[in-house]
Ligand binder design. Structure first.
Ligand SMILES: [Zn+2]
Length: 71
């Protein structure tokens, strides 16, 4: 049994919808969409494997204030 790094589902290698090799490891996916997401940014999914939230933040463009526009 493998694990889909994108959605976290358990994947049976024989029925996986897609697979991708990255960093010497073969990853399996439940759907082509998950494979595409992984291919776009593998590090994003592999980094968040052990800890739920990393301090990796989305770079917001300058001037974009979504909350806390005052203090
Ligand atoms: Zn998936």
């Amino acid at each position: 049994m493998a694990r889909d790094p994108v959605c976290g589902m358990d994947i049976d290698e024989t029925t996986a919808a897609g697979k991708s090799q990255y960093g010497g490891t073969l990853y399996y996916f439940c759907a082509p969409g998950c494979l595409r997401e992984f291919a776009k940014d593998p590090e994003k999914y592999l980094a968040g494997r052990s800890t739920t939230r990393t301090k990796k933040e989305k770079a917001s463009p300058p001037g974009a204030v979504e909350n806390g526009g005052h203090h």
